[in-house]
Design a protein around this ligand. Structure first.
Ligand SMILES: NC(=O)C1=CN([C@@H]2O[C@H](COP(=O)(O)OP(=O)(O)OC[C@H]3O[C@@H](n4cnc5c(N)ncnc54)[C@H](OP(=O)(O)O)[C@@H]3O)[C@@H](O)[C@H]2O)C=CC1
Ligand SMILES: CC(C)(CO)C(=O)C(=O)O
Length: 312
C-alpha cells in the first residue's frame, strides 16, 4: 500500500492554512508550502495564526529544484491557479497524487491540461467556515474534504489519501460519484457565495431571513436546470440537502466571495455565474438570476478598482 510521506501545498489562505495546519501537525517539515519571497516574508514575520495558535511552516520558493512530493495540494483561488500550477511543476512527478480544493468545476481539468498528470483526484471541501484576515484565520467548523476518481474504480491513490487524512485528523468522504458531488457544491457556491457578496451578508442572514435564502436558492435552481442538460442530474433535493450544511456554519462566518469583496480582492465570479451563464447559453437554459449576479459582482469589482485608482 502506498504511503504519503511528503506533501507540497500552494495557497496558504483560509482553506490551505487550516488543512495545512493539520498536515503540519502530522508531517512536520515534510509538509512544504510553496510561496514567493514576499509571501514568505509576510508569513515568517508573525507566523500564520489559526484560531489563536501560531504556525510556522517549511517554506520553499517556486521552481526550486526539488524531489517530487507524494501529494500536491492546490488551495489558491481560481484566477490564481494557472500561475500556481507553473510554480508547482517541479513538485509533481509521475507518481505524485494531486488534489485541488478549489471551488468550481474547472480546476482539475485545468491542472490536467497543464501537467497531464494521471494522478489527479477530483475533490472539494464542504462545511468549513474559515475566515481569513491577512495571515490570521479563524474557523469554527473544519468540514470535510470530499474526493475520489471520476468514472473509474477507486485507485490506490484514493486509499493513500484516506490513510493520510485518518492520520492527520482531517474528515473526508469518498462519494460514489465525485463529479456529481462537485457539481452540487458548485450549485451551493453559485447561490450562497454570490448573493452573500452582493448583500454583504454572513451565513446568519441566510439562516434567519427566508427571502435571502430564497434568492440564493433561485440562483442554485439555474445550476440544477443546467445539470440536467449536461448529464449530472442534480435535483431540488440537492438544494434541500445543503440547507442543514448552511445551518451548521457559524452565523458570523462569511463565504470566500464575501471575504474577497471585503478585502478588495478579485472574486471567483467568472468561475461561478460566469460559468453558469456560459453553459446556459450553450444549452439554451435561461439564467436570469446569474446574469444579474454576474453583472452586479463585476460592477462591484470595477468600483473597487476605480476607488483604488483615484485614491492613489
Ligand atoms: N474560505 C472558505 O470557507 C472556502 C473556500 N473554498 C475555495 O477554496 C479556494 C481557496 O479559497 P480561500 O482559502 O478562501 O482563499 P484565500 O484567498 O484565503 O487563499 C488563497 C491563498 O493563496 C495564496 N496564493 C495565491 N497565489 C499564490 C501563489 N502563486 N503562490 C503561493 N500562494 C498563492 C494567496 O496569497 P495572497 O493573499 O498573498 O495573494 C492566499 O493566501 C477557493 O477556490 C475557494 O472558493 C472552498 C470551501 C470553503
Ligand atoms: C461552502 C462555503 C460557502 C463555505 O464552506 C464555501 O465553499 C465558500 O465560502 O467558498
Amino acid at each position: 500500500m502506498r504511503k504519503i510521506n511528503s506533501v507540497s501545498l500552494i495557497g496558504l489562505g483560509a482553506i490551505g492554512a487550516v488543512y495545512g495546519s493539520k498536515l503540519q501537525n502530522l508531517l512536520g517539515d515534510s509538509l512544504t508550502v510553496v510561496a514567493n519571497k514576499n509571501r514568505i516574508q509576510r508569513y515568517q514575520s508573525t507566523g500564520i495564526i489559526i484560531n489563536d495558535e501560531v504556525f510556522h511552516f517549511n517554506y520553499q520558493l517556486p521552481n526550486t529544484t526539488t524531489a517530487p512530493a507524494d501529494l500536491v495540494i492546490f488551495a489558491v483561488k481560481n484566477a490564481e491557479l494557472n500561475q500556481a500550477i507553473e510554480e508547482m511543476k517541479s513538485h509533481i512527478g509521475p507518481n505524485t497524487i494531486v488534489l485541488s480544493l478549489l471551488n468550481g468545476i474547472s480546476s482539475e481539468e485545468d491542472i490536467y491540461e497543464a501537467t497531464k498528470s494521471e494522478h489527479i483526484l477530483y475533490s472539494m471541501c464542504v462545511g468549513i467556515d474559515a475566515v481569513r484576515n491577512n495571515i490570521s484565520i479563524r474557523y469554527s467548523s473544519l468540514g470535510k474534504i470530499c474526493y475520489g476518481v471520476r468514472n473509474q474504480d477507486l485507485s490506490e491513490d484514493v486509499f493513500a489519501v484516506k490513510n493520510l487524512f485518518n492520520d492527520a485528523g482531517i474528515s473526508y468522504e469518498i462519494p460514489d460519484n465525485i463529479w456529481r458531488t462537485i457539481w452540487a457544491k458548485f450549485m451551493f457556491n453559485v447561490g450562497i457565495n454570490q448573493t452573500s457578496a452582493v448583500l454583504k451578508a454572513p451565513y446568519g442572514i441566510f439562516q434567519n431571513i427566508p427571502s435571502a435564502n430564497e434568492w440564493a436558492e433561485s440562483a442554485m435552481n439555474e445550476v440544477v436546470a443546467i445539470s440536467q442538460k449536461v448529464g449530472v442530474h442534480l435535483t431540488e433535493e440537492d438544494i434541500k440537502q445543503y440547507r442543514p450544511i448552511l445551518h451548521k456554519l457559524s452565523p458570523k462566518g462569511k463565504t470566500s466571495m464575501l471575504q474577497d469583496i471585503e478585502a478588495e480582492r478579485k472574486t471567483e465570479v467568472e468561475y461561478f455565474a460566469g460559468k453558469v451563464c456560459e453553459l446556459g447559453r450553450e444549452f439554451n437554459v435561461p439564467t436570469p438570476v446569474n446574469d444579474q449576479l454576474y453583472k452586479m459582482i463585476q460592477i462591484m469589482e470595477e468600483i473597487t478598482e476605480y476607488r483604488n485608482k483615484i485614491s492613489q
